[in-house]
Design a protein around this ligand. Structure first.
Ligand code: ZN
Length: 440
């Protein structure tokens, strides 16, 4: 069903509010919890008491999250979405301050993921993440976000670098340290972080701190066609998946699951990434909680289906030649299905057919994307997760520009279509009859 301009705008504003609350993966998971009212928090280190029709979520490292809704009847399959909580940024090193000639204090940072380096220069930045805090009762995680303009990575003036417009190569160890303060700011970094965390400086005993861009997200274009913000890849899909599962009811025989994984941008090989046992462990515990035996668990896995949702490249207006002319995506034209012959994306005839049916019934337009035949694209969650929990999966996303810039651009109409597609997926049993055959 066609949405009104007001509905589209409201959905975009909802996403921008989520992005504002989510300067890092830890904040994204905390903001995700807010989008799951009525879901009970489980701890991995405790025994779970699951009830039919129950709504639950569990976090790992407080940077990955799996939410699920149990069926009212016998568990026969899972219908899952997967997206990622992390985005390319700079991580602040343990010894954070560097002084220059006694006149400047910079922050010592290193790259996290594949950033577009130049997008971080000459704009207000700040610091957010989590700190470990010691108190009388032990060690505790605490979110921290310094909510003010705090540092800038300054370009070199063109008079000192006449070649900058000829294709300048930024050296992270030289060009990209943010300026934090004057010489008298030495020793202030930990104090500012402690103040923002609301603890004494010497109570902080561990940090995972990152830079984030202070530039606010915006809806723009003559008809509000576009929205720009940091971290659209992949918090746009995270937001859609959480909105969809929160609005979903219990099914009769399948559990609905929304997975949000950390560390996709650095290969997923962490204890909480898609290449970990997190999903495998959670699904096994759901099976145990629902009374399935080992064989029934494997049969349920075989009957399951996943939407791996990570944003896709829209054709660039200045460089249409970078896209395959025949399999390219545009903003505001629907959910993108991604294909790759070498299986960087999981989509195959089976999963494309199943997803196509769901979208057609839900009135969601679909576009089809493959890289130019001489370009290697990035990988994503589906094929990595599939090495642990092998489930028929379709790789999808929303078309966007400037992926991995700290200010990315997407289409405002597409977000609602992704939510609709995921809701329709959760509502409708994808019943596997036998290998390669479904009843829908
Ligand atoms: Zn991504």
């Amino acid at each position: 069903m066609e949405k009104s301009c007001e509905e589209i705008r409201a959905e975009a504003e909802g996403l921008l509010a989520f992005l504002k609350k989510s300067p890092t993966c830890y904040h994204a998971v905390a903001a995700a919890e807010e989008l799951l009212p009525g879901f009970t928090r489980l701890e991995e280190g405790e025994k779970w008491q699951l009830v039919p029709g129950g709504r639950y979520y569990v976090t790992r490292n407080r940077s990955s999250l799996i939410a699920f809704i149990l069926p009212t009847g016998r568990l026969e399959a899972w219908q899952l979405t997967a997206s990622h909580s992390d985005s390319p940024t700079f991580k602040v090193k343990e010894n954070a301050e560097v002084t220059v000639r006694g006149k400047y204090v910079q922050l010592d940072t290193e790259r996290y993921g594949g950033l577009i380096l130049g997008s971080w220069v000459d704009r207000p930045l700040s610091v957010a993440g989590r700190v470990m805090v010691r108190d009388g009762a032990g060690l505790h995680s605490r979110l921290v976000c310094v909510d003010r303009d705090l540092c800038v990575i300054p370009n070199v003036a063109i008079h000192m670098n006449r070649q900058i417009n000829e294709g300048y190569k930024y050296q992270p160890h030289i060009d990209l340290y943010p300026l934090w303060g004057g010489g008298d700011a030495a020793g202030s970094f930990r104090r500012v972080i402690a103040e923002a965390a609301g603890v004494a400086e010497d109570a902080i005993c561990g940090t995972d701190l990152f830079l984030y861009s202070r530039t606010p997200g915006a809806v723009w274009g003559p008809q509000g066609e576009f929205l720009s913000a940091g971290r659209l890849d992949d918090l746009e899909c995270v937001y859609a998946a959480l909105r969809a599962i929160a609005a979903s009811e219990s099914a009769e025989h399948h559990a609905n699951v929304a997975c949000v994984f950390d560390n996709e941008e650095v290969g997923s090989t962490t204890k909480q990434g898609a290449n970990s046992t997190f999903l495998e462990d959670v699904l096994r515990r759901i099976s145990l909680g629902c009374g399935l035996d080992a064989e029934e668990h494997l049969a349920a896995l075989a009957g399951s289906f996943m939407l791996s949702a990570d944003n896709a490249h829209a054709m660039h207006p200045n460089h249409p030649e970078f896209s395959d002319p025949n399999n390219c995506a545009f903003m505001n034209e629907g959910v993108v299905v991604k294909y790759n012959a070498n299986q960087k994306y999981t989509t195959d005839a089976v999963s494309r057919a199943v997803f196509g049916e769901i979208c057609a019934a839900a009135g969601v337009p679909v576009q089809h994307y493959a890289n130019r035949s001489d370009m290697a694209g990035g990988g994503t969650l589906g094929n990595i997760s599939g090495t642990h929990v092998s489930i028929n999966t379709v790789d999808i996303g929303l078309a966007q520009l400037a992926m991995h810039s700290c200010y990315e651009t997407a289409g405002t109409r597409d977000l609602g279509w992704m939510i609709d597609a995921m809701r329709a997926f959760h509502a409708r049993p994808v019943r596997r009859l036998r290998d390669g055959e479904y009843s829908l």
